[in-house]
Ligand binder design. Structure first.
Ligand code: PLP
Ligand code: SF4
Length: 344
């Protein structure tokens, strides 16, 4: 057994232990965790400075999770868009492959909260998923997601990547993982050596708060970057965690300093059990305006809403554009409206 597997066994999964560690009343944590499981790595829990802070809110079950009756468990209609279970085909040229149903830490805001960590979600059966991709030459991008694909053992993941790589029309493979953030010790030299065989491979990770960038998570990202894997970051706008322009700005700049390129800021999906994290879209626009022009272009993510019903991601623009005949009026980062003569 590898060292990371040992550590995984040692995660905090009991609300009683959590209450004891922090000497707080964790309230309905036990009831909530029977519906939506709790697991927190010792490493990630070590980032908590005090109960209720940004790290705590992301990983400790809260009463509100059970009090959210308004929303759907699957607003993006992922199950309807799965031609074979565990493979989501929404856009013409790319598919999402559920490679694992578990994660080192169960994030309270997870968009697949309906099933992640429970029997309700099963990884795609590899034979069926491969057969589907083989039969669809328009698929050129396969995105391994979950759950967390890096919960698989190196050998399992190696086999999976090799079989995807056998399909000539698949040009790139992406892995979406929160492991560098919540469980950096999983990113071993052995893992990086294995991944390196499967280029072109991209990894999108999921940092939500600058306090998640530590020497350990920075080292995990460096190990992946040094294996030639371009790293991007998808974060979610979360009330009480990062819905603040200064926090987001620090996050984006710190990401660049560890060679991770900001990719998306996601508006929260309307997922049942997560309503207490939602913020208005104006709050995301305020964040964009604090970034655009004020810091490096490399630090600018796309702010997107994933539309209900699986209608796709749409980018929310930050700037205003007004047209009068051939003249465009564009508002710059200082709030000045500047005329630009377009071709008539
Ligand atoms: C987000 C998503 C993708 C990938 O979208 P990109 O904009 O290419 O990163 C693909 N399929 C589904 C179902 C998705 O939700
Ligand atoms: S790591 Fe990702 S898939 Fe797993 S619980 Fe967190 S958000 Fe959900």
């Amino acid at each position: 057994m590898e060292k990371w597997e040992q550590s995984l066994k040692d995660c905090v999964t009991s609300p009683e232990e959590l209450a004891g560690l922090f000497r707080v009343d964790t309230g309905d944590c036990a009831t909530v965790s029977r519906r939506y499981p709790m697991r927190i790595t010792r490493y990630y829990l070590g980032l908590v400075q005090k109960p209720g802070d940004a790290i705590w809110r992301q990983c400790v079950p809260q009463t509100e999770e059970l009090a959210d009756f308004s929303q759907s468990p699957d607003p993006l209609d992922e199950e309807r868009l799965s031609p074979v279970p565990g493979l989501i085909h929404r856009y013409p040229d790319r598919v999402v492959w559920i490679a694992s149903a578990s994660c080192p830490v169960y994030c309270r805001f997870c968009m697949r909260k309906r099933g992640v960590g429970c029997a309700a979600m099963a990884p795609a059966a590899p034979e069926a998923a491969l057969a589907y991709i083989e039969a669809h030459p328009e698929i050129r991008d396969v995105i391994l997601s979950g759950g967390d694909p890096l919960m698989l053992h190196d050998d399992q993941l190696d086999a999976l990547l090799s079989s995807i790589r056998q399909i000539p029309h698949v040009e790139i493979v992406r892995i979406g993982t929160r492991v560098p953030v919540t469980f950096p010790e999983r990113v071993t030299a052995r893992l990086a050596r294995m991944l390196k065989k499967h280029h072109p491979l991209f990894i999108n990770t999921h940092f939500n708060h600058p306090d998640e960038i530590t020497p350990q998570s920075a080292k995990a990202c460096a190990t992946l970057s040094d294996a030639g894997i371009p790293l991007g970051n998808q974060c979610v706008l979360l009330k009480g965690v990062n819905d603040d322009p200064q926090v987001m700005r620090r996050l984006m700049l710190k990401l660049l300093s560890i060679r991770v390129r900001p990719y998306y800021i996601h508006q929260m999906d309307l997922v049942k059990g997560t309503a207490h994290f939602r913020t208005p879209v104006t709050s995301g626009i305020r964040i964009l305006n604090a970034l655009r022009g004020h810091c490096s272009g490399l630090a600018q993510p796309h702010y997107v809403i994933d539309l209900p019903g699986g209608k796709g991601k749409v980018e929310i623009p930050s700037g205003k554009v007004r047209r009068d005949g051939a003249t465009l009026y564009l508002t710059n980062y200082l709030g000045e409206e500047i005329a630009y003569e377009d071709l008539g």
